[in-house]
Design a protein around this ligand. Sequence first.
Ligand code: SF4
Length: 290
Amino acid sequence: MSTNKPKHIAIYGKGGIGKSTTTSNISAALAEAGHRVIQIGCDPKSDSTTILRGGEDLPTVLDSLRDSGRPTIADVSAIGFGGVLCIEAGGPVPGVGCAGRGINAAVDLLHELKLFEEFKPDYVLYDVLGDVVCGGFAVPIRNGIAESAFVVTSSDFMAIFAANNLFKAISKYAPSGGARLGGVIANSIQTPYASALIDDFASRTGTNVVGYVPRSLTVAQSELYGQTVIEAAPTSEQADVYRQLARHIAGDHPVSIPKPLNAPALKQWAKQWGDRVFGGAAERRLVEVV
Ligand code: SF4
């Protein structure tokens, strides 16, 4: 099935938080539902699409640009599970250049090669490293590349901090045509407090949680086979969680401009949660010492 105009969606998240796993499972679920999907990894680690491709290597766009000058689509893409077209933007030579400019160069090349006209995707998912939403990594949301963005976060403070930074970038660029926020994907949920904390952060920032992904051994097991959960464990509850997320993203999801917390408010909010979780200031001091 192919609609006329593809939806371009960016998925951000702090490194190691599960954004590539989440994005790949969403891509796989969309493909399973009959959609044409492109996933573009925008993380210099270049491992965004690995579990869609059985763990095989894939030359990155930036490496191919450096090596051969003008690669073809076939040089820098591979068909993964369910027909998902997998592309890795790649990163600069370590110590040289800007990863963000690399994302721009990669997307420009894909446009020049008329990838979107020829592949005719329904959805293009950009998997973007969100540790520091600097000008470089803000490229997908500020240059009219993506229409909406989602953020994957766990209840860890640094993941929330990264999500709040993305909200700052969106609130800066959205009024002049940049992407708006589709919502928060709560990942690695293991305890009731984790979902309550993420709910509270979303509510304080005028956003909403669009899905709760439990921490699951099925994910780790599937990754050992170089596969998504949709491929390796299609009848599992975890697969259904990703399918539900994919349906939300595929639908006409509401978007908004978030209201990020300033630095002191974010710290104060975190301390209040520390008191709730650890039972008060005395325990907090103990935790600080430990
Ligand atoms: S703009 Fe961002 S990606 Fe580019 S060099 Fe600076 S920190 Fe790195």
